[in-house]
Design a protein around this ligand. Sequence first.
Ligand code: PLP
Length: 405
Amino acid sequence: MNFVKENNRTIPAEDKVFALSGRAQAAIAKKGKDAVINATVGALLDDNGDLVVMSSVVEAIKSLSPADYAAYAPITGTPEFKKAVVKALFGNYEPSGAVQVCVTPGGTGSITSVIKNYSQVGDCVLTHDWCWANYRNIASEHGRKLATFRFFDEDGNFDADDLENRLNELAVHQDQVVLMINSPAHNPTGYSLSNDDWEKVIRIVNKASCKVVLFLDIAYIDYAGEEDEVRAFIPLLAKLGDHVLTIFGYSASKTLTAYGMRCGAIVCMAKTEEDAEEFRRAAEYSARSTWSNCNRSAMVVMGKIYSDPELQAKVDEERRMYRDMLLERGKVFEKTLNDNGIKCVPFSAGFFVTIACDDPASVGKKLEEQDIFCLALAKGIRVSIASISKEKCVKCAEAISKLLK
Ligand code: PLP
């Protein structure tokens, strides 16, 4: 008997990442953690394999009152939270235009919200071919399709021409296209668009014959490099035309290493107050009709951190330490691959490195036989350097190189 209505979705027996991670956990339980490389998890772990929990964030959590956990929060978020998100997202940059914020359950909720409110059922949503697999699931969950442009050309450069072609193709059938770009420290490649790349995106989007909702998934921004440098593209967005609406997807899961608190935000930077108000109305309505309101305690924590310069400095400092640990792992991983004659997909920073290969499923299986757990994607192997030590980065890169040679 089948009761579930598939509704054009392909619902798998189990989530691929969580299933793989479960097998890695089982191997660790049997053979011990030194014998296993679990590079599946999209969460930051220290060199002992323990989840990074920032003590400065814990300090803020411990100062909460019972009502901070128990009370409902306003649907779009508390005023203190909204202020905190603007500070966390824009850093030392001033947003241009009219800004509105709506809290979401993690950055994931921001993707749901933008797809629901800015595309129609049956539409295509455009993104890069290398992308977080959940983009496709979220699109199909809402009756949308995912269209992709080639992220990199043959020389490994950002493929602006393909973006332009794909956008123009969609513009023939759609009066509006949601274009989702995940940068800096993209999942799964670790690529960050350069300012030159951004100039190209802006030129292409400005020339488009349809309206464009440019959705910038900046989930990993705080792990991409120096705070000001990784935000240097923000002022460029002021050059976008009136037919373009800029929306950011922000993840407190990553910024605070607090994934389970399920906190994020969708942030609109509109040209006019009317467009910003329209955003608020839609984001609030769809939030109410899906998850309703979000976790108040997480919002209070964000509010406390970003309204207390001393506490914010502590959090920033602590995160910088982990960010640098992660950057170091990335360098070591890439160097080991290169020393073995293998190249990864263009990488700059972040939680993941990806190596393109033929038959990734079989490569993934062979790695698993060596107790190395990495995610096999359609076109390559994704390694979560966020969850393995520098030493394991070397071992993992060597094992992959050996298999691919
Ligand atoms: N965007 C990308 C590219 C991600 O990889 C993730 C999480 O893995 C998210 C957004 C959202 O994360 P969360 O919902 O935990 O904030």
